[in-house]
Design a protein around this ligand. Structure first.
Ligand code: ARG
Ligand code: ASP
Length: 656
């Protein structure tokens, strides 16, 4: 009896910390390890409903959309939802002055009106499996890291070729998990005829713009609708007018029952990149060096763009997409830096490392944290130079052109680029030691007496001068900077392979999930608000009333279409839900991911996180990390009331 109690208490100790936090991005094929916890928190389905290779499961209704977003199937005719910001570049390509679909939205009136998007693909996961033994076949412990990598590549290429022999759109990839302690094979089927079905006007799909990006309260109708087409055999085919809507093995049913605080939710999608198990020195570098320096550089760059964008509508259109992508990471880093400090992540990790070292004494894991610390001390200066190249000189479009890269003249405004040139060259020169600069740069600096404006005038007046500078910078970057960064990063990864394994042995009761790497994952949590600061509590659901409150024709980001004002004026829509918060652990790449309820039905589309919680790529704090989703009921509302495309409902299935 007593012994059983002790065992039960031990078990509790081991599982209690897991039950508290909603941290984690789990591999669907191993979800059976989490299913009890999911069910304890409210999930009503089984592991087989999430992932199965024997029968249709929810995984068959999720795709990797393009190269970095997620989408979900919502009808038996290949209808797909993703975010507006994931479909943005395709909507833009179809837009012209006569049909400005970005501005006005687009709704295909029939399947014949749906617009093809050359180059856009979606990937369904057929299966995933642990192939560590196959990938490491022939490995000997005395091999160098280079030899090991060559072996891994050879074995992986062979395996991929075997799998891809099948054809019919089958693609394979082998991914390292836990820094190469484990290898997984992912087999996809890739469809390449994906057509645009509908998108709201940007004033809905991008409502709040950069002002509200990464923020709560949020009111962005961030969705777009596509349809996957297949050959007559339902297999992938190049675009053809004869193709037919793809019939998925499974699609998601839509729940309009709504969400309330505490409801179970899970997100099924493709998170891109996280670093949850890194050394305190890696975090310290991000918090004290990388984030602040990159933020400052981008503040300057964005200021220059904005000055000209505010002066001219034409320039605003030219630069809106560039501005958005520069601003997106810029704003995220600010939240991340603050979050890391507030959570004292560096000292907490240092304390962990001290305990780890104590435990590791005399084992093969001894001194690992110290070795990592030394490696970071070696890597950081060169890595900083690498980041400076990317954020300064490589951010100048004239230099990009000089390197032979294509810069779309339609979206180029030279006065912006000239000003960015001067500011970024000055920052580059000031921040970096001369050893990180090419000899050509040092000579020219001398020639112009350090006067960047004079240098700029020469570069913009003379393409040969521009080219000479670009080539010199590019060569130095490619030959002196990148190889050293690679070499040190490889040495670091090698140590992490042991450190990762060591951490797992050090904390045998903890459930470890592999860092995100754009492979399919499940994150689960619940609807919940949060407190961003003392005395403030944010409720988890936003409504149409909030849009009307923000509406302001004089502020570009808050100028809603007249039709929305008219609809609201009709009355009865005050409490129309728009977005909601939940505790699911997500990151970039999860955009467009389905958000499902306890019954596995679609309640929302993930599109962002709250600013205060963006450090979740390094450490997840359940108090403050929240994902932001579009409430599927707002999507339905916009389709019907704004798009007048309610006929799309006929092919959807509603759960309640
Ligand atoms: N912050 C979101 C994500 O990281 C949305 C980005 C697109 N929207 C924007 N306003 N830039 O992708
Ligand atoms: N907005 C991100 C994306 O595009 C999602 C995130 O970072 O939370 O994937």
């Amino acid at each position: 009896m007593k012994r059983r109690l002790v065992a039960a208490a031990l078990l509790l100790c081991m599982t209690a910390p897991l039950l508290k936090a909603d941290e984690g991005m789990w591999l669907p094929a191993l979800i059976s390890q989490r299913i009890e916890d999911m069910q304890a928190k409210g999930f009503k389905l089984s592991a087989e409903d999430i992932y199965s290779v024997n029968q249709a499961s929810l995984k068959d209704a999720v795709v990797l959309f393009g190269s970095g977003c997620t989408g979900e199937l919502v009808s038996d005719q290949g209808l797909l939802f993703t975010n507006h910001h994931c479909g943005y570049s395709y909507i833009q390509k179809h837009s012209s002055v006569e049909h400005d679909y970005l501005k006005d939205g687009f709704w295909a009136l029939s399947q014949a009106d749906e617009l093809p998007n050359p180059g856009l693909t979606v990937r369904f996961l057929e299966r995933m499996e642990d192939v560590t033994a196959i990938i490491l076949k022939g490995y000997k412990s005395k091999m160098t890291e280079d030899q090991r990598q060559a072996l891994v590549k050879k074995n992986a290429d062979k395996l991929k070729a075997q799998v891809e022999k099948e054809g019919n759109g089958i693609k394979a990839s082998v991914e390292a998990l836990y820094y190469g302690n484990q290898y997984f094979l992912f087999v996809f089927r890739e469809y390449r005829d994906v057509r645009l079905v509908g998108a709201p006007p940007s004033s809905i799909g991008k409502f709040g713009g950069e002002t509200d990006n990464w923020m709560w309260p949020r009111h962005t109708g961030d969705f777009s609708i596509f349809r996957i087409y297949a050959g007559p055999d339902n297999l992938p085919a190049d675009y053809s007018a004869d193709n037919v809507p793809y019939q998925p093995k499974r699609f998601m049913k839509i729940s309009t029952a709504g969400v309330k605080e505490g409801d179970f939710t899970f997100v099924y999608g493709c998170p891109g990149s996280t670093q949850e198990y890194v050394h305190s020195e890696a975090v310290r570098y991000i918090q004290d060096v990388s984030d602040p320096e990159k933020i400052a550089l981008r503040t300057t760059r964005l200021g220059i763009m904005k000055k000209y964008m505010d002066q001219s509508q034409a320039v605003r259109i030219q630069y809106s997409s560039k501005y958005a992508s520069v601003a997106n990471a810029w704003k995220k880093w600010q939240g991340e830096e603050k979050g890391l400090r507030k959570n004292r992540v560096v000292p907490v990790k240092q304390d962990y490392e001290a305990r780890f070292e104590e435990w590791a004494r005399g084992t093969r894991y001894a001194w690992l944290t110290e070795m990592l610390s030394n490696l970071y001390a070696q890597r950081n200066p060169i890595y900083r130079a690498y980041e400076y190249y990317n954020e300064t000189v490589r951010a100048v479009e004239k230099i990009q052109k000089g390197m032979g890269r294509y810069v779309n003249p339609k979206d180029y405004y030279q006065p912006i680029d000239e000003e960015i040139f001067v500011a970024m060259m000055e920052a580059f020169d000031k921040a970096l030691d001369d050893q990180y600069k090419p000899a050509y740069f040092l000579e020219k600096r001398e020639e112009y007496n350090g006067d960047m404006v004079a240098w700029k005038n020469a570069v913009f007046a003379n393409d040969d001068e521009a080219k000479a500078l670009a080539v010199a910078l590019d060569k130095h970057y490619a030959q002196e900077i990148v190889p050293k960064v690679k070499e040190l990063s490889q040495a670091i990864t090698l140590r992490y392979r042991d450190y990762m394994q060591g951490q797992m042995e050090f904390e045998p009761g903890k459930a470890f999930y592999p860092d995100a790497n754009l492979t399919l994952r499940v994150a689960y949590g619940h609807v919940e608000g949060y407190s961003p600061a003392d005395a403030i509590y944010y409720r988890p659901v936003s409504t149409l009333k909030g849009i009307i409150d923000k509406d302001n024709p004089d502020i570009f980001d808050y100028n809603i279409p007249q039709v929305l004002r008219d609809i609201y004026a009709r009355g009865g829509f005050e409490s129309q839900p728009v977005c909601f918060l939940a505790t699911n652990h997500t990151t970039g790449g999860n955009s467009g991911s389905p958000v499902l309820n306890a019954d596995g039905n679609l309640i929302g589309i993930n599109f962002d996180r709250v600013w205060e919680g963006t450090m979740s790529d390094l450490v997840f704090d359940p108090e403050i990390c929240r994902n932001i989703s579009l409430d599927v009921r707002y999507l339905l509302f916009i389709i019907k009331e704004v798009g007048h495309a309610g006929y799309l409902f006929d092919e959807m299935e509603f759960a309640d």
